[in-house]
Design a protein around this ligand. Structure first.
Ligand code: GCO
Ligand code: MG
Length: 401
């Protein structure tokens, strides 16, 4: 007889920062987990799961992953959106975890087996000044990284763009406000990368995140001005709600473009992919419908020579990283994985078998995702409201953060 889902629980915990996890249990005694963390809007997803999806899961056959995905997506009538898709992702990821455990295999085996043994990753070097950022770059080079995202404070502006204020997440506070001046930034960015390239030499991969702050023509100018420094990618140059805007950027620069951490379905990147307007797609397991939907996006991207570069900031839980590494290990068009160290307390709540070694990430070999959650430890770190920052132009206009 087919197995049945007998319980599903939403676990909200804050070991250094907020994480939402869905745990599904079956009559055969298997369990699986999925990440449901949507930074700054965590409880919306927790409620969506608890109130609307958990009742639909009880009694279902956990093996029917595709049917469950379609049931939750089409069956809601209201499709897409970050809250809905993050909730669906959590269910989907937990079901893949269960299926792989039932098969006695690490997830990457179920997805077709290894296309590679290790995965290139990049980490962040954020500095208040160019010198400060380059000191952090030096530390990452010594630690063995092969790819580094570099961000530095623009002289005359208070905040480092796209990076939280020092001290990381401002728990319990209202959103911090940054200031932004595009002209200053466009003059500054080439100076930052001239210095960075000089410091690291030719082989190190350098990346940069513009955090949705530019208009299309400004993005084109930036891409052009960074060409001499041979970036691995330039990320989120525009918000890309208007995918067609990337045609202009693409026409004017050969700097590789990466977009998509805030996207939640294939429809958000359909034109970007089919018109080959980007080089890397940034959608992540947790926000883009789980393994099932991310595979659809990656397969479409593969047709056009576009590779993955999944979002992997510290606000995506270690569960997402586990899933991303099985996924990245299996697919043919893996590009790079973002990697940001989680707060120390996270390892009291989650135990995982993936690892970083010599600047590469390795997925583990235990059955399933290779990650568990300790619910008693999770309870020791209660949720605290934490907003993402907001950003204003120097005249006070609210801008993209
Ligand atoms: C990245 C992202 C992060 C985001 C954060 C939002 O490229 O890692 O842009 O810096 O701001 O993950 O939740
Ligand atoms: Mg980003």
């Amino acid at each position: 007889m087919a197995d049945r889902i007998v319980a599903a629980r939403v676990i909200v915990t804050s070991p250094g920062r907020n994480f939402v996890t869905l745990k599904i249990e079956t009559a055969d005694g298997l369990s699986g987990i999925g990440d449901a963390t949507l930074n700054g809007r965590e409880l919306a997803v927790a409620a969506y799961l608890q109130e609307h999806l958990v009742p639909l899961l009880i009694g279902r056959d956990p093996a029917r992953i595709e049917d469950t995905w379609q049931y939750l997506y089409r069956g809601a009538y209201w499709r897409r959106g970050p809250v809905t898709m993050t909730a669906i992702s959590a269910v989907d990821t937990a079901l893949w975890d269960i299926k792989a455990k039932a098969a006695g295999m690490p997830l990457y085996q179920l997805l077709g087996g290894a296309s590679r043994e290790h995965m290139l990753c990049y980490t962040h070097a954020d500095g208040t000044t160019i010198e400060h950022a380059l000191d952090v770059v030096d530390r990452h080079v010594s630690a063995g990284y092969h790819a580094i995202r570099v961000q530095a404070g623009v002289p005359g502006l208070q905040r480092i763009y796209g990076v939280h204020a020092p001290g990381a997440v401002d728990m319990d506070a209202l959103p911090a406000e940054g200031d932004w001046d595009t002209a200053k930034y466009l003059r500054f960015a080439p100076k930052l990368f001239e210095a960075a390239r000089l410091r690291v030499g030719e082989d190190m991969h350098l990346l940069h995140d513009t955090h949705h702050r530019l208009l299309p023509n400004e993005a084109a100018q930036l891409g052009k001005s960074l060409e001499p420094f041979n970036l691995f990618w330039l990320e989120d140059v525009t918000p890309a709600e208007n995918q067609e805007a990337l045609r202009h950027v693409r026409r004017h620069t050969t700097t590789p473009l990466a977009i998509g951490e805030v996207f939640n379905t294939i429809w958000d990147c359909q034109a970007l992919i089919t018109e080959q307007l980007i080089d890397y797609i940034r959608t992540a397991v947790v926000h883009a419908g789980g393994i099932t939907h991310l595979r659809r996006i990656a397969d479409l991207a593969a047709l056009y020579g576009i590779r993955t570069g999944c979002h992997g900031a510290a606000d995506l839980s270690p569960v997402t990283m586990a899933a991303a590494l099985h996924f990245g290990r299996a697919i043919p068009n893996f590009g790079i994985q973002e990697y940001s160290v989680h707060p120390n307390e996270a390892s009291e709540v989650f135990r995982w078998d993936w690892r970083l070694e010599g600047g590469y990430l390795f997925s583990g070999e235990s059955p399933g995702l290779g990650i568990t959650i300790d619910e008693a430890a999770a309870a020791r770190f209660p949720y605290r409201r934490a907003y993402l920052d907001v950003n204003r132009l120097t005249d006070g206009t609210l801008w993209n953060w």
